[in-house]
Design a protein around this ligand. Structure first.
Ligand code: GTP
Ligand code: MG
Length: 197
């Protein structure tokens, strides 16, 4: 699969607006500001693909991107836990993303993006728990690894990867840096496995 072929397909405010549920897709989830959109942009070598922002909560829709070579898609999910959110918006988020995760037949894997300096928040743990229960393949991306020295970054990776592997064999972690383009090949290999399996 050529990830640099990614093109914006459509946005959905709610589950009923998602494109047809055929082929295979992988969704990028994670806390607001964790670096989801940035990681998709480095993967696809397209800095304008998914909008990134210093302001948390930039992505408030499900954004679908199509890949060439088959019926493959990547999905940028809105971040969880953005500051300026009222109760209703939070409930909407839980309802829409919850429905998407529960219903989407073409969903073959989830990339859970975490800022390596703040890994495994309460929400992250809930997502991991969900992947364990539903047997959903999940790749934890420890991104912004450029913010830590090599040693501490590796230690965080080893600790989290061991924890995940002991929970379920379909969970794994890797280091990533959008700034330094590190971990991109490793991520695309994992995605190939999920999309074409
Ligand atoms: P929401 O759409 O709000 O949920 O955020 P997001 O998870 O899509 O985060 P986004 O990709 O917009 O990145 C948030 C901020 O982190 C931006 O200022 C990015 O430039 C920065 N950032 C993302 N990835 C990296 C990285 O690998 N290294 C560094 N140093 N900064 C990064
Ligand atoms: Mg985003």
């Amino acid at each position: 699969i050529k990830y640099d072929s990614a093109e914006f397909l459509t946005s959905a405010q709610k589950y009923s607006q998602c494109p047809s549920d055929t082929g295979a897709e992988v969704a990028f989830a994670g806390r607001s500001n964790a670096g989801k959109s940035s990681s998709m942009n480095t993967l696809t070598r397209n800095s304008k693909l998914a909008r990134t922002s210093k302001t948390p909560g930039r992505t408030q829709l499900l954004n679908f991107f199509s890949l060439s070579g088959g019926d493959y898609r990547l999905v940028d999910l809105p971040g969880y836990g953005f500051a300026k959110v009222n109760r209703t918006m939070k409930e909407d988020w839980e309802e829409n993303i919850g429905e998407y995760l529960a219903e989407r037949v073409s969903l073959r894997g989830v990339v859970l993006v975490m800022d390596i300096r703040h890994p495994m928040t309460e929400f992250d743990q809930r997502m991991v728990e969900w992947a364990v229960q539903t047997e959903m393949p999940m790749r934890i991306l420890l991104t912004k690894s450029d913010k830590l020295k090599k040693g501490p970054a590796k230690n965080t990776y080893l600790k989290i990867n061991n924890e995940l592997r002991s929970r379920a064999p379909w969970l794994s972690a890797q280091l990533y840096s959008s700034l330094k383009r590190e971990g991109v090949n490793e991520l695309s290999e994992w995605l190939n496995g999920q999309l074409t399996e």
